[in-house]
Design a protein around this ligand. Sequence first.
Ligand code: NDP
Length: 401
Amino acid sequence: MGKILVIGAGGVGSVAVHKMAMNADIFSEITLASRRVAKCDAIAESVLARTGVTIATAEVDADDVDATSALIERVKPDLVCNLALPYQDLNIMDACLRTGVHYMDTANYEPRDEAKFEYGWQWAYHDRFKEAGLMALLGSGFDPGVTSVFASYIKKHLLDRIDTLDILDCNGGDHGQHFATNFNPEINIREVTAPSRHWADGQWVEGPALSHKQTFDFEAVGEKNMYLMYHEELESLAKHYPEIKRIRFWMTFGDAYLKHLEVLQNVGMTRIDPVMYEGREIIPLQFLKAVLPEPSSLGETTKGKTNIGDIATGSKDGQDKTVYVYNICDHEEAYAETGNQAVSYTTGVPAMIGAAMILTGKWTGQGVFNMEQFDPDPYMDMLNKHGLPWQVKELDAPLAF
Ligand code: NDP
């Protein structure tokens, strides 16, 4: 039984608090706070209607450490679950240190003016959390999050030694819009337009964004083009599993999405540096976000499935093996259960499970941790029970390229 403060009332925050309310034996009191309290109130109404549980709401600017600390002092949670944007990570960690409360999130810190994805800033808090006797759990979404737990499950149960690891993220959903992103457009476009990077033989190999693709036949979705990308879990997996020789991340994109993105990039709309417009500075990508559909509005129309998982090669009992651990999630089922599409669902459910690991004491530690540093079994068990069942398959051969 524990008290939780969730910050961020977007699609992910909405799914997470719905699922927390469905697990009242673990989450005895839930407060949802965000920049605009009206968004929290709307989610609270849906939670009450769907689960019969009343959650508290509050307004906070999480860029303001004093205001966030004051809210934490007032709510007195056992854990702060940060589901706002990556820009707020360090400020919320600071507020947790100041008030003596555990911390978790689903995405690594990014400075606003630079699309730079790395754990360095948050890992630098390790000693301070340790000295305070507090735990910070980083990246309990699907990727990072479940994909990292899949890797530790593979290492614990399926392979004695992992040689290569490929993370495959396929969203086979169709929302019927010309161009929209399934989570925060600003964060999504920064990620997709960043140079590709993968880990090979102890170093990073960089290439232009979206320049390397292959086709893969995803169960329940079909054949899709997937593109080599950098993704933050590569950094922590390379650190915690030095035996893995090559770690890569692939994401599927349709041709129409890529064409729109190319045009937007070519005309400068994805820039994150300020430009002057009618006498004031604006950031083109932030303006673009304002004209794109809100990801949370896509739930009603999105059909199809996501299929996300890890393919690992290595050896078990002296035999070479390729194993695939994956989850398939249906957009319409996710929407029926929580009022949000599967991309929010596949992030919000793991956020609830990460929080449950901390509140139930199944995962404990003092300092800053990534997902793959803990026992995967209780987490994998909760995935099966709370809407994200996974499967294991042995493949005849590794990925083609
Ligand atoms: P949204 O943009 O839908 O939601 C973010 C929420 O945070 C909004 O309610 C927003 O308020 C609020 N917020 C923004 N700034 C502040 C602030 N300064 N203070 C308080 N609240 C603030 O994003 P998503 O729900 O799609 O994503 C949430 C997080 O999950 C992001 O960090 C994203 O990167 C991460 N994510 C992780 C994934 C994974 O698999 N690991 C996958 C998908 C997302 P307002 O509504 O007023 O703008």
